[in-house]
Design a protein around this ligand. Sequence first.
Ligand SMILES: [Zn+2]
Length: 315
Amino acid sequence: MTLPLVYHPIYSQLELPPEHRYPISKYRRLFDYLTDSLTLNERHDIKLYQPEPISVNEVKALHHPDYIDALFGNTLPAAKMRRIGFPWSQQLIERTLMSSGGTKLTVDLARQHGIGIHLSGGYHHAHRDFGSGFCLINDLALAAKHALTLDGIDTVLIIDCDVHHGDGTATLLADEPDIITFSVHCDKNFPARKPDSDVDLALPKSTTTNEYLSAFSGVLNLTLAQYQPDLVIYDAGVDIHQQDELGYFDVCTQGIYQRDSLVLSQCKEAGIPIAAVVGGGYRHDHQLLVELHAQLIHSAMTVFLGESQPKTNQC
Ligand SMILES: [Zn+2]
């Protein structure tokens, strides 16, 4: 088999003020790193896909049409743009639509191949009628809704391992019984208000690698057994890392690899297709994020392709 990866250069094509804390270049850096570091054999095992932008009608079927019209037409009040955290630009809108199209395509590829990985995605703080925390529209919820339209998919599970709670996803899908939301996050981190997901695992600041993996694996097993999803969407945020600038956990690099491997192998063993997105990760030096995010692809190559495990930094 081949490992499908979804990427578009537009993901990193956004001009931001100097010192803006969003690591916009990490998508391009991750793509370049993978291209440069994989051996010829490994490259044969990967197939790249470029997405199309998601349609505005699909977005409006999930988000409030007035919010979307104002967002896309640059007529949102300044306070609402500040809550999103990006200056408005046409580039921002185009990049956002493409990224949601990418997560949707990743779901289609996961259904065909058992696995798909999106080198973007995870905009889980976007709510029905407002955006927040660098999230304009919720690609996870859009992709999950799309998945339910596919033959043989009656239940979707979103596993959100970003260190921040998946508040937008939880509220957008609160009345959707066929999409199960599972957030594992830091209890004292953004957002201040954490509406209930179907399953929430809130861990304290300074949670260590062993504490994290032990708590998460237990709840993961229970959740998969209870809901028996036909497809998983996995937000593999690396902002749980001990040196992340917006996370408060004490999880090491190898711990993130183990977490990714746990989710991917559980899904593979249970025969559940998994669509993964890279999610959050915040470091002033964007290149430092790349190896953390690349572990998701390395883990998938090991679990799905039987490639030997690459060397990762020990804790
Ligand atoms: Zn985050």
